[in-house]
Design a protein around this ligand. Sequence first.
Ligand SMILES: Nc1nc2c(c(=O)[nH]1)N[C@H]1C(S)=C(S)[C@@H](COP(=O)(O)OP(=O)(O)OC[C@H]3O[C@@H](n4cnc5c(=O)[nH]c(N)nc54)[C@H](O)[C@@H]3O)O[C@H]1N2
Ligand SMILES: Nc1nc2c(c(=O)[nH]1)N[C@H]1C(S)=C(S)[C@@H](COP(=O)(O)OP(=O)(O)OC[C@H]3O[C@@H](n4cnc5c(=O)[nH]c(N)nc54)[C@H](O)[C@@H]3O)O[C@H]1N2
Ligand code: SF4
Ligand SMILES: [Mo]
Length: 697
Amino acid sequence: MPDTAPSTSVATHCPYCALQCGTRLGHDSRGTVVEPTDFPVNDGRLCQKGWTAPALLDVPDRLRHPLVRDADGRLVPADWDTALDTVAARLLRIRDEHGPDALAVFGGGGLTNEKAYLLGKFARLALRTSQIDYNGRFCMSSAAAAGTAAFGLDRGLPFPVGDLGAADAILLAGANPAETMPPLMRHLEGADLIVVDPRRTRTAERAALHLQPVPGTDLALALGLLHIAVSDGWCDKEYVQERTTGFDTAWRRAVTWWPERVERVTGVPVAEQRAAVRMLGEARRAYVLTGRGAEQHSKGADTVAAFINLALALGLPGVAGSGYGCLTGQGNGQGGREHGQKADQLPGYRMLTDPAARAHVADVWGTDPDTLPGPGRSAYELLDALGTEGGPRALLVFGSNPAVSAPHAAHVCDRLASLDLLVVADFVPSETARTADVVLPVAQWAEEDGTMTSLEGRVLRRRRLHHPPDGVRTDLDILHGLAVRLGEPADRYPTDPRLVFEELRRASRGGRADYSGISYERLDAGEALHWPCPENPDGQPHPGTPRLFLDGFAHPDGRARFAEVDHRDPAETTDAGHPLYATTGRVLAHYQSGAQTRRVAELNEAAPGPFVEIHPDTAERAGLREGDPARVTSARGTTVARVRLVGSMRTDTVFLPFHYPGPGRANLITSTALDPRSRMPEFKVCAVRIEPGTDAS
Ligand SMILES: Nc1nc2c(c(=O)[nH]1)N[C@H]1C(S)=C(S)[C@@H](COP(=O)(O)OP(=O)(O)OC[C@H]3O[C@@H](n4cnc5c(=O)[nH]c(N)nc54)[C@H](O)[C@@H]3O)O[C@H]1N2
Ligand SMILES: Nc1nc2c(c(=O)[nH]1)N[C@H]1C(S)=C(S)[C@@H](COP(=O)(O)OP(=O)(O)OC[C@H]3O[C@@H](n4cnc5c(=O)[nH]c(N)nc54)[C@H](O)[C@@H]3O)O[C@H]1N2
Ligand code: SF4
Ligand SMILES: [Mo]
């Protein structure tokens, strides 16, 4: 069917996380309603966010027309031509005066594949800038760097979610799916769960074993688990011999991490370390999975590498029924990292520095490879450079709310304020949008077609239930409108998602994430297509690749690589002025910066405001009781939150969710230390003190 007429009900997927639960959306007397479908990952279930998602479509302050800041500094309604003309004219002027790298783009892992692809093309062709990165840098980059190094290819889960159901043991390092992907828990029920988390989360409560390390010490723990695996005889020597290289270099480091030393650094008792390895070693089928708790560190990539080393020593990756995986987070966190909105990437998970990749993509784009810019700054470095000498002077934001979600948020807001031009495309007036010079109101999930790639690498159709409200345009329309005004040929920026996908197929052909054999027709026929899914030269449809690495890893020799990694402290350790560790994360009811979920009444009632989890003894020493307002202060700033006493917390650690705006932003305190390999910020550990606050503070 060509551009579909809106239907009375459509099969689609939840707008939020990377599990991409299957849903059916329809209308009844209450308005838009959602039902879960029997899609394999959720099998008739949804979490609270999924059930309430239709409310997003008409939140009271939904943006319904463009806004342009007037001479008095107020955002006032404007028509689309005025808004787009204003943006284009100012972009051209800034580029003329300061060169193309004065223009920057910040994308998001919630954008469809089509949007992510067109955004990267727009930045590099229409703006001619190298300065594009996206919020996935804050999310999956450490696991991606480690996975690529180890296996030659980065796909969050190289196996379908359903495979987890047959496992005997699963180690979850720094993931809390009971709150972040509730329907996933059903797939973990059959296994003995080993949870590594400084907090006793809802996931940890369901575990056979909970290891509760000091934040920022997972690398030591993983080295120690490898040490035990080898010295207690759980190492799969035949697998290591036949399917890997580099064991000796990894062992050279792990050998010094004997269990007592690991206990001293991590706080995890020797007996628990041994028990964890025994559970994994005795299992016939086992998985090691990482989440943001292990990854969002200045050594996140090395930490993931250490967990992969453990998995390799146990002989798990690339074996049916076992493996290593990263639980990717955002709705299109997987696809968003494959199609060119990352600073160093071109579509198909190609690298921007690879001459063959440049030539291929330039050919699809109808341009000379020499005109393509090189790699630009990573997300935090980009935000940090805004408005500085030699840094970008204009920023276009599509699908992120960095005023709340970026580390050291007060500093990021200063940088945003120093820009000559800030343009935000969103469907709600997010905290970032409110500071913009131009706000462009966009359509959302149920109002447009597209594809998303879930955490298991499966490409899914997002389907339109109804047209966007009057006055609202799609992201593809906006990119088209701007590109044309910047002098680009109109047909280079199609507004029909299907046409963009057809081009994306060609651009990805032969790349690591090859989508060339996938089409809307095949997806609409219900096929389950996991990439790589190349177009076969003989015309036979490729079945996709649900399980990777069974016949070999993606390195030229087919072997996985052990990594030589060693533990190091977090960028910031505690001292007399900042005696506690603060870590950050998520609660069930809210999503990310909260821009969407804080506008859904039922979700906001479930988790109404910022809080800090703290052990009762630690609270008492600080003079704090349950419900008191508290000030949590790091070297960068102070955030305010209500005290929540939690007896199972470590006494040296407090926890804050990062979903709240204003003075309750957890990111007012977080560290700007970056992982040297992935450029991931250290969201999960900084040194703080806590003291009584006032309701006004
Ligand atoms: N409800 C909800 N669900 C979501 C999201 C959301 O915002 N809200 N976001 C989605 C996205 S984008 C993502 S990335 C995923 C994230 O999913 P998760 O990775 O499960 O989420 P987090 O809560 O960030 O971190 C997981 C756990 O890491 C622990 N942790 C903190 N520091 C450390 C440490 O040093 N070591 C270890 N081992 N653990 C530590 C925290 O206590 C927390 O329980 O969730 C997705 N799903
Ligand atoms: N302290 C701390 N900070 C963190 C984390 C942490 O664990 N701790 N986690 C990090 C992680 S993993 C992530 S993924 C980031 C996420 O943080 P953000 O990047 O801020 O993510 P969202 O809050 O989802 O913001 C998405 C914005 O885009 C809008 N939007 C949604 N879909 C579309 C679309 O299709 N088009 C357009 N134009 N707009 C759209 C939404 O309304 C919302 O305003 O936060 C990071 N920040
Ligand atoms: S688990 Fe994720 S995809 Fe599923 S309903 Fe909840 S937010 Fe939506
Ligand atoms: Mo994320």
